[in-house]
Design a protein. Structure first.
Length: 272
């Protein structure tokens, strides 16, 4: 993805990178051939060291090879400096390539939901190239990178949703959001695992302190309350609930509980 992106955004830079890689490979191969040639010439000579030193043909060949090898080594050193400069420039586009890789493996996982959801890398690459060409332009690199990420993410979302059953579209949105935020280190993985799997392990169930939760439902309620308490952001949740349960009743009675503030903890919680 990085090579494709740089090739479209800065074709001269990418072409120069390719040329340096090829030239380096050619020079290293030539240097190896020179070393092999020298070793072969030495192995074919007969006599002691004094006789070898008197062989002008061999001496000239060694001197010529040494000079050529020095030139190749110098070229390799020069190209290494140039290659590092090019790599630094290419790395400025890394965030877009990283987002693209996240999105590809996100849609790749859709096959676990339904085997019909198959998306080829060729199709994905074509969509990515179209996104690079159609994303809003900007002379500021940071703005351009943000435009690329925003445009391609939404473009992919639209195109994939056309092939999904209606019941899977919200699931895809959730998966996409999680992958993007995880890639930006904005999701606590312990909290994410709890959202997916809930509490685990056995726990001693205390007496029901409430008047609004039925006793036969209380064990399940308490397991959730206790499980949440294992997450750092909810460390005080169990204590607050057990000592002031009426404060939480408004959530239990609400038709839209997800919109209600969490008593005593709301200022500590982020959107997730």
């Amino acid at each position: 993805m990085l090579a494709i992106l740089v090739g479209l955004e800065n074709p001269n830079l990418e072409q120069k990178k390719i040329e340096i890689v090829r030239k380096n490979a050619s020079d290293k191969k030539e240097l190896l051939n020179i070393e092999d040639s020298i070793l072969k010439s030495l192995s074919e000579q007969k006599g002691d060291i004094s006789e070898l030193l008197m062989d002008e043909t061999l001496i000239n060949k060694l001197q010529s090879s040494k000079k050529f090898a020095a030139e190749i080594n110098q070229r390799l050193k020069d190209s290494k400096v140039t290659e590092e400069m090019i790599n630094t420039s290419r790395e400025s586009y890394r965030s877009v390539a990283f987002r693209a890789s996240i999105l590809f493996f996100c849609i790749n996982d859709l096959a676990m939901i339904d085997h019909m959801y198959q998306y080829s890398l060729q199709w994905f690459t074509g969509l990515f190239e179209a996104g690079v060409e159609n994303a809003p332009a900007s002379t500021q690199l940071e703005v351009r990178l943000q435009n690329l990420n925003d445009y391609f993410t939404y473009s992919l979302y639209q195109n994939v949703c056309r092939s999904l059953f209606e019941s899977h579209k919200l699931l895809f949105s959730t998966l996409l959001t999680h992958r993007i935020l995880s890639g930006q280190n904005e999701i606590n993985q312990n909290e994410w695992r709890y959202l997916l799997a809930g509490p685990s392990g056995e726990v001693a169930i205390p007496d029901n302190p409430t008047k609004w939760i039925q006793d036969n439902s209380w064990p399940d309620f308490y397991r959730q309350i206790h499980g949440l308490t294992q997450l750092s952001v909810f460390a005080e949740f169990e204590t607050k609930f057990m000592t002031a349960d009426e404060d939480f009743r408004v959530i239990f009675d609400s038709a839209t509980p997800h919109l209600e503030p969490i008593p005593h903890l709301n200022d500590k919680l982020n959107e997730f």
